[in-house]
Design a protein around this ligand. Structure first.
Ligand SMILES: Cc1cc2nc3c(=O)[nH]c(=O)nc-3n(C[C@H](O)[C@H](O)[C@H](O)COP(=O)(O)OP(=O)(O)OC[C@H]3O[C@@H](n4cnc5c(N)ncnc54)[C@H](O)[C@@H]3O)c2cc1C
Ligand code: FES
Ligand code: FES
Length: 492
């Protein structure tokens, strides 16, 4: 039996744990403000807020209910647009009305939910942050300018928002209905009920398909998820947390992309992290998408996989009491073939904190800048010694092979060498020998080869003289004068 709080009421359901929250609220509870658009996480018309008590505090994240299995609602507070209704419009709703931020209205609830997610975030107050919170919402009518004006009005309304006790302030100022004040207590009661049920052996199915955020599984295998028993891992505390110890970062496998990006430990290591992660999906998807899901899905273009490969990460797999570790680069054995038993759970991701003076970079090119998967992506960790020679280099790339590619041979070639035009040109040729892209909707194989070449050069850009860089970009530094090798045949 799955139990959660839906708006102001406790609910329970014996529907399959893989049914979506979207279908539950629309078809079981007749809360039809939440819209069905794409059902693939792209449009934001189904956005809800998900509340949970974390480190003693009630906090909310926006999520797309079309990709949220009921098992991930278990023990949480789910807020639909109806759950924001009060006698008067909230400042968020009023801003959308007053700036003509709504026309046909189909997308409007999604924007209202995402903007409410923005106001609920204790620290976020700027216009830029407000716009970032709606990066997963699409509107086909307004052209967005009026919605940007709504964002500006909402930002003005939260100018005085305190960082502590934010929720009480929001209730007092009419952003949230009064019942929000009692949700923390209701969630604690709910957890007591859930614990009691668990001690009697009644709990959501705890076997079968492993599911994290569901952002891959519910797009690719919706019917299977609905029909299977599930083990929900998204909120499993044993798979959460990020800590730095023994010179390494230890990240729980169910850490979401948002949690990874917001972690002070991670931000201290990657100053450019926000710029990199902005290219990965959208806020509501990042709020659900786990690191493990990205690694196990084994998409050849998984962004976090390419990111972690360049850190030469290790992964920890658990099955009952048995634990084993392996290098992420050895996890992939073929197209979507992994060194993993179906019962094994990916529990942790471990990587060495880069040495001082190291340069880390992640690049991604897609058909559009945001909310798109990569044509080609690549990451690099580089450290030069006192003489400007390569002391450490890891390179990875996606979209150019049947699985996320560790470019070990090319990196090895450059070790101990200077980043001269000749050395780089020779390394770039080796890169071409290590990859085997295929032509598909994201570009021809030739285009992807060229793209990878330029992305790798971008990693080295801060260390190359401008004249050398221009020659290398034009291909003049290559023995093939810019003509890229045909390379091996695509393997998938
Ligand atoms: C709209 C949209 C945009 C997206 N954009 C991007 C993007 O820009 N870049 C990108 O890389 N991806 C993108 N994705 C894909 C997806 O969000 C990521 O791959 C995400 O990290 C998957 O994580 P998840 O927790 O949702 O995985 P799930 O769907 O829950 O699971 C994926 C796979 O991992 C397995 N699994 C999950 N956790 C574990 C575990 N701990 N142990 C063992 N197996 C496990 C599941 O069984 C399943 O096989 C996008 C998806 C959507 C819907
Ligand atoms: S219906 Fe489009 S994101 Fe859910
Ligand atoms: S108002 Fe019509 S889709 Fe946004």
């Amino acid at each position: 039996m799955i139990r959660f709080i839906l708006n102001d009421k406790k609910v329970r359901t014996s529907l399959p744990p893989g049914s979506t929250v979207l279908d539950f609220v629309r078809y079981q509870k007749r809360l039809t403000g939440t819209k069905t658009g794409c059902r693939e996480g792209d449009c934001g018309a189904c956005t809800v807020l998900v509340g949970q008590i974390k480190e003693g505090k009630l906090s909310y994240r926006s999520m797309t209910s079309c990709l949220m299995p009921l098992i991930n609602a278990h023990g949480r507070h789910i807020v639909t647009v109806e759950g924001l209704n009060m006698e008067n419009l909230s400042p968020v709703q009023a801003a959308m009305v007053e700036t003509n931020g709504t026309q046909c209205g189909f997308c409007t609830l999604g924007f209202v939910m995402s903007f409410t997610g923005f106001v609920l975030h204790p620290e976020d107050k700027s216009h830029q942050k407000a716009i970032e919170h709606i990066d997963g919402n699409i509107c086909r009518c307004t052209g967005y300018k009026s919605i940007e004006r709504a964002a500006a009005a909402i930002v003005r309304a939260v100018a005085e928002k305190p960082e502590t006790d934010t929720l009480s302030w929001l209730v007092e100022k009419g952003f949230l209905p009064f019942y929000f004040s009692g949700i923390g207590e209701k969630l604690s009661d709910l957890h007591v009920d859930i614990q009691a049920e668990m001690s009697q052996g009644e709990m959501p199915e705890n076997a079968g398909l492993h599911i994290g955020g569901g952002t891959d599984l519910l797009v690719q295998k919706h019917a299977r998820v609905k029909a299977s028993p599930l083990t929900g891992l998204l909120f499993d505390e044993a798979l959460k947390g990020i800590e730095k110890k023994e010179g390494k970062i230890w990240a729980g496998a169910s850490v979401t992309v948002s949690e990874f990006c917001e972690s002070p430990e991670i931000q201290a290591v990657f100053p450019e992290l926000k710029r990199h992660v902005k290219l990965v999906s959208s806020t509501p998807i990042r709020n659900m998408a786990t690191l493990a899901g990205n690694l196990v899905n084994a998409s050849p273009i998984g962004d976090m996989t390419v990111f972690l490969l360049a850190l030469n990460a290790e992964i920890e797999l658990r099955e009952g009491d048995s634990i084993r570790r392996l290098m992420l680069r050895d996890f992939y054995k073929g197209y979507k073939i992994l060194d993993k038993n179906p019962e094994e759970i990916l529990s942790r991701i471990i990587f060495r904190v880069p040495d001082p003076g190291s340069h880390f970079n992640f690049e991604k090119v897609c058909k559009r800048t945001h909310l798109d998967i990569a044509s080609v992506n690549s990451a690099c960790l580089l450290r030069l010694d006192g003489e400007g020679k390569v002391a450490e280099l890891n390179l990875s790339a996606g979209g150019v092979f049947a699985w996320p590619k560790w470019l070990g041979q090319s990196a090895e070639f450059l070790k101990g060498k200077s980043l001269s035009r000749e050395n780089l040109a020779a390394a770039l040729e080796r890169v071409q020998d290590e990859v085997a892209p295929i032509s598909d909707a994201r570009g021809t194989a030739e285009y992807k080869r060229l793209l990878l070449r330029q992305l790798i050069l971008t990693h080295f850009q801060p260390f190359i003289a401008e004249a050398d860089l221009l020659e290398l970009i034009s291909g003049a530094g290559s023995s093939q004068s810019g003509q890229l090798a045909p390379g091996p045949k695509a393997s998938d």
